[in-house]
Design a protein around this ligand. Structure first.
Ligand SMILES: [Zn+2]
Ligand SMILES: [Zn+2]
Length: 253
C-alpha cells in the first residue's frame, strides 16, 4: 500500500495570501502546504480522503488519471470545496464519482453542490454517487477501509485506518471507543495545528501527548498552520518517531 500526503496545510493553506511571516516567505518546499488530504493506492485502486480547494492541483501533481472514490472526513470547506473538479474523472472514467460521507455530510454536499443534484442538471455538471459512510469496515476495490469517529470540538469527524496506518485530520478529542482502531499502528498521521491551544484542533503539545499514547512506529503531524513556525525548526522540538508531514511525502506499507 502506498500513501501520499497530497496536502498538509490548514484552511488557508500555507503560504497565506499576503502574509510576510518567516513561514509564508520560506523557500523550503516543506513550508508550503496545500489543504490536507491523502491519496491511498493499493493494487488497482486509488482513493483520496477529502477534496479541499486544492483538489485539482493535487490531482495534477499526483498525475492521476483514475480515482475510485473520495472519503469525506467532514464538510468544512477545506475538505470539500474541490469536489466540483471530479468532473475530469467523470469524463476519464465515464462514471459518477463515488463519494463516501455521513448522512449529515451528504446533506451539506447536496446543498453546497445543488446544481449537481437538480432534476434537470445542465450538461457537464460533476456527477456524484453518494455512498453512506458509517463507522463500520468496508472495501473499495483492493483497499480495506476502517472508518471511526473522533471529535473536532463538538463535531463528530471521520478518521480512517488503512492497514497499519491511521489518518486523523481535524481533531481535538479522541473518544475512548476510537482507541481500539489505533492499536499496533506502524504509521499515524494526525492533526497538529499550531503551538498555541485551539478549540477544535490539537496543538503541537496535545498532538505529541496523543501520539505517545497511541504509540505508532512513526507519527507525522499534518493540517499545519503557518503559526506553527518553520518545519525544520519545529522538528528539532519533536520526540524521536515524530515528524512534520509535508506535501508529496510518500509512505509505503
Ligand atoms: Zn474542520
Ligand atoms: Zn480542516
Amino acid at each position: 500500500m502506498k500513501i501520499t500526503i497530497l496536502g498538509s496545510g490548514t484552511s488557508q493553506g500555507v503560504p497565506v495570501i499576503g502574509c510576510q511571516c518567516a513561514v509564508c516567505t520560506s523557500d523550503n518546499p516543506r513550508d508550503q502546504r496545500l489543504r490536507s488530504s491523502i491519496l491511498v493506492e493499493h493494487g488497482n485502486t486509488a482513493i483520496v480522503v477529502d477534496a479541499g480547494p486544492d483538489f485539482r492541483q493535487q490531482m495534477l501533481r499526483a498525475g492521476l488519471r483514475r480515482l475510485d472514490a473520495i472519503l469525506i472526513s467532514h464538510t468544512h470547506k477545506d475538505h470539500i470545496a474541490g469536489l466540483d473538479d471530479v468532473r475530469s474523472f467523470n469524463y476519464l472514467m465515464r462514471q459518477p464519482m463515488k463519494v463516501f460521507a455521513s448522512a449529515n455530510d451528504q446533506k451539506d454536499i447536496r446543498k453546497e453542490f445543488s446544481y449537481a443534484f437538480s432534476d434537470n442538471p445542465y450538461p457537464g455538471v460533476p456527477e456524484f454517487d453518494l455512498q453512506l459512510l458509517k463507522d463500520e469496515p468496508f472495501r473499495i476495490g483492493d483497499i480495506e477501509v476502517q472508518p471511526f469517529l473522533v471529535m473536532h470540538h463538538r463535531l463528530p469527524v471521520f478518521a480512517f485506518r488503512f492497514s497499519d496506518l491511521a489518518y486523523i485530520t481535524d481533531v481535538s478529542y479522541i473518544p475512548p471507543a476510537a482507541y481500539k482502531h489505533l492499536k499496533g499502528l506502524k504509521v499515524l498521521i494526525i492533526d497538529a495545528l499550531r503551538k498555541e491551544k485551539h478549540i477544535s484542533h490539537f496543538s503541537l503539545s496535545e498532538a505529541i501527548e496523543t501520539a505517545r499514547k497511541i504509540g505508532a512506529g512513526q507519527t507525522w503531524f499534518t493540517h499545519v498552520s503557518h503559526l506553527m513556525g518553520k518545519s525544520a525548526e519545529v522538528e528539532l522540538l519533536l520526540p524521536s518517531g515524530m515528524k512534520m508531514a509535508y506535501d508529496g511525502l510518500v509512505i509505503e506499507l
